[in-house]
Design a protein around this ligand. Structure first.
Ligand code: GRG
Length: 299
């Protein structure tokens, strides 16, 4: 992998704060803490919080003040992976090369770890807002950021995508439906990350809407890259026990469009993302790196 300078900077910043907003250990709830900590420290790429911090900085904000929101979005992402891996959902035994949360801690604890992470995300953001009661402008930015994160994660975002995904299993999905699933399940949390960062940094309307468009294009490309990787890995030894989305009857781009057309659509989305961010070149190094990383992941 190339040396992604800005990405590495944001990633390291998040690593050093990732446990900051997880409530302290109490003997009676230690298992919950251990289970949350297991998944939070288990080598995620931290893409969404890095997007949030980079958007904040591009908008003129101070990344150190955006840490609670960056951690919140990673907590939400981590909960979604723990729940997605459960036997009642994707039933995966391995994530990031290690046993999934429910394999180590049992299903009930894994459900609660997800619940704890989701709740801690809002606790972290709300606690930060309390500091800004006397500064309506800075408080407004934080409320907007938190609202974007709630929307992207919720019933008109990631959770909506997940239910559509589950219901589409083993059915013939239309092209509209697969776009709905990909947009909501994967892209909306990335859109939320950049919009939240933009609001925190005080972006003007044009920058908010450009970052939103970037997030949507890169998020869709990210999910199609995942589909392409899945399709390429079919037939090879896989790193999880339950097989690829395609093997499990979940609609994917290569299944609906074929590999060549999927790659064309992927490239068009990446080109869009690069075109949207190009005018900010000097200040948008991370977003250029991220497009390169997504391309790398599809090859
Ligand atoms: C349970 C409400 C709920 C939603 C689950 C995240 C998700 C929705 C499903 C995961 C299925 C999946 C693998 C989708 C592909 C896109 C995706 C979210 C990949 C994982 O994101 P990365 O690569 O993860 O950023 P890391 O491991 O780096 O944190």
């Amino acid at each position: 992998m190339k040396d992604y300078k800005e990405y590495n900077y944001y990633r390291e910043l998040i690593e050093s704060h990732i446990m900051d907003f997880i409530p302290e250990i109490e003997p009676n709830s230690k298992t919950l803490y251990d289970s949350i900590s297991y998944s939070l420290k288990n080598g995620g790429k931290r893409l969404r919080p890095a997007m949030l911090l980079a958007a904040c900085e591009l908008s003129g904000g101070d990344v150190n003040q955006a840490i609670p929101y960056a951690c919140a979005i990673e907590y939400i992402h981590t909960y979604s992976l723990i729940h997605d891996d459960l036997p009642s959902m994707d039933d995966d035994d391995i994530r990031r090369g290690a046993p999934t949360n429910h394999v180590v801690f049992g299903e009930a604890v894994a459900v609660l770890a997800g619940d704890g992470l989701l709740t801690s995300a809002f606790e972290a953001m709300n606690k930060d807002m309390l500091i800004y009661f006397d500064n309506p402008e800075l408080l407004k930015r934080r409320i907007r950021a938190s609202y974007e994160i709630s929307k992207g994660a919720g019933c008109k975002g990631m959770v909506a995508g997940q239910i559509a995904d589950i219901e589409a299993e083993n059915k013939s999905a239309s092209k509209e439906l697969i776009d709905y699933i990909h947009l909501n399940k994967t892209a909306m949390l990335m859109v939320a990350a950049v919009k939240a960062g933009a609001y925190l940094g005080g972006a003007d309307r044009a920058l908010v809407s450009n970052l939103e468009a970037y997030g949507e294009n890169i998020g869709m490309a990210f999910q199609i890259a995942d589909d392409i990787q899945d399709a390429a890995a079919d037939g090879h030894a896989r790193s999880n026990s339950s097989g690829s989305d395609s093997e499990r009857g979940i609609p994917t781009y290569p299944k609906l469009y074929g590999m060549d057309e999927s790659r064309k659509r992927f490239t068009a989305l990446i080109d869009n993302a690069r075109r949207i961010i190009a005018p900010y070149y000097d200040n948008a190094e991370f977003f250029i790196e991220m497009a390169d990383m997504v391309v790398e992941s599809a090859n």
